[in-house]
Ligand binder design. Sequence first.
Ligand code: ADP
Ligand code: MG
Length: 684
Amino acid sequence: MAELTKDVRYIKGIGEKKALALNKLGVFSLYDLVSYFPRRYEDRSLERAIAETMDGESVTLRVLIADQPRLTRVRRGMELVKFRAVDESGSVDITYFNQSYMANQFNRGDEVRFFGRVEVKGTHRSMVNPVFELTEKPNGQVGRIVPVYRLTAGLSQRAIQQAVRQGLDACGEQLPDLLPDEVREREQLVQARWAYEQIHFPSDFGTLELARRRLIFEELFILACALGDMRRKRVAEDGIVVPAPDFEEFFRALPFPPTGAQRRAIGDASLDMASGKAMSRLVQGDVGSGKTLVAAAMIWSCWKGGHMSAFMAPTELLAEQHFETLTGFLAPLGLRLGRLTGSLTAKEKRTVKQQLRDGEIDCVIGTHALFSEDVEYRDLGLVVTDEQHRFGVGQRAALIGKGQRPHVLVMSATPIPRTLALILYGDLDVSIIDELPPGRQRVDTFAVDESYRDRLNGFIRKLVGEGRQVFVVCPMVEENEELPTHLKSAEEHAETLRQTFPELTVGCVHGKMKPKEKDKAMAAFVAGETNILVATTVIEVGVDVPNAALMVVENAERFGLSQLHQLRGRVGRGRHKSWCILVSDNDSPEVKARLDIMHKSSDGFKISEEDLRLRGPGDFFGSRQHGLPEMHVADLGADAKVLQDAQREAQALLASDPDLSRPEHRALKNRIDLLFARSDASFN
Ligand code: ADP
Ligand code: MG
């Protein structure tokens, strides 16, 4: 039996050239090869007698060639090979277009199996360009369910099928079973060797389903074990003890009473910080639920205990806003706040860094510059990061490595369905803020098409006349994407609006601008200097402009629901009645259904569940933003039930063998160690 780590180029039957092509598909080792699962299957298993076939049916026929194939040239550049084939029930005409070599493939009297679509006209039956097989082979092309793989240049379906066949044969009977026997038995899962065979070359759809279930379970089980392992290592870390202060003192200084959900999250985090172990807690709450206040309370508590805090935001602008907000909450209580952002001069930066070394700042706010090498903290007790889904699992770990072992509080405004949160935040404790501060008004949301353009423009004019501001969001256009003509790019649309509203100022921010220019355009809008801001989704993340009362989303069909919900959360943040208008000329029922959910619901969790259901997890976070390793078979949205089972089994296993040191768990342990090794590369 070959080692699973063996390079594919050394597997019998796979040469240098084929190996290179496989590499392009991400297949390097024997394990990669046997885990390169089909994208779909073609059912060629239905065998019929000729006379029983129906028009349009795809079937396999077992027939005799009844006359010698003839090659004819119909007109220039068009060649036909035609012949008749028979079985006991009747006859069929077979034609190949532009494959003249087919004339020499068959001889009168040969027994051949053909797979193709039958055309029936009266009593006449025919088949065009069928797949054929002269002799029966173990993993042949007809008479069975055939796997269909994702291809790359230089590899045909047949070539991949053969390579996988060689791979499975090289594994012999011994493909290691990563699942402990008792787990496999309890969950009624088939054995690994059989599952790998069946997922590539299924005997029937029943066995395929058994194989899939086993492999999905295995994949999710490994992921759950890996996250559980990370969590265990973390929980074992000693942390700074921050005794719980009397938070009433903090609450009394606020301009409003905290909500029950805010109090609960503060209580959870406070217990963590007093426990003697390092906290890793996620505070998850809808836009506007008041997460910043929770962070402020913990920063205050940390300061009471005699330690510094650092608050990391994803953009400069957000760092500035958080600096303002946190100063409002904390400066009156005696804390010294500082900021470390790109807009400071070199001299100012030096001063702040010096103050951090000397412990003259109690809370510093900035972007990830906070964790660059030349920043030293005298006594860092707490790190808060905002909008965590922008950072991967690997980055999170790097961040904790700074200095001592600070407590970590992560805030996310992306409501995530429970099933996904289990996995995504498997290494974090979670507090959910499921209550909005009182008096929040709902943002009225409508989906419209182009025929409403004039009315929409009139509405914009009216609102701006009343002193309000307007966001207009256009879809992000990828660097190399052909721009379909109906899509509005932010820049062009801004120009159109300038012509439509010559009396108004229209700003624009998009991804291709330099960070400095972007911040300048955003800052002008925040300051009320621009009436309308046209933007790509760069504004998705928590910018606060209380005077903005209208969010217009162009080509709304291009956005996920969760994204639309985030965008909508940019308005309705002040005392003004606010609206969200989703413009889309796409009238497909799915798009209509999606936009209708936005009209009806303002609950971020509910919307995210729907989003996951309608789009699947791949799109849910955009490409690989979530920092999880790529899934081969499992679908984190659709396989929620299996996910729960895998999670439970993983927990039980880790409880009985915490560091997976028992010999029967060695293969599993190796697999887990490999899991994040590859995916982490993308965060550097
Ligand atoms: P998010 O969870 O989106 O980060 P913020 O922390 O920015 O939300 O809070 C949104 C707004 O709600 C802020 O203007 C904040 O001052 C206000 N706010 C927070 N908590 C309360 C509360 N308990 N009562 C009233 N207003 C609150
Ligand atoms: Mg926020």
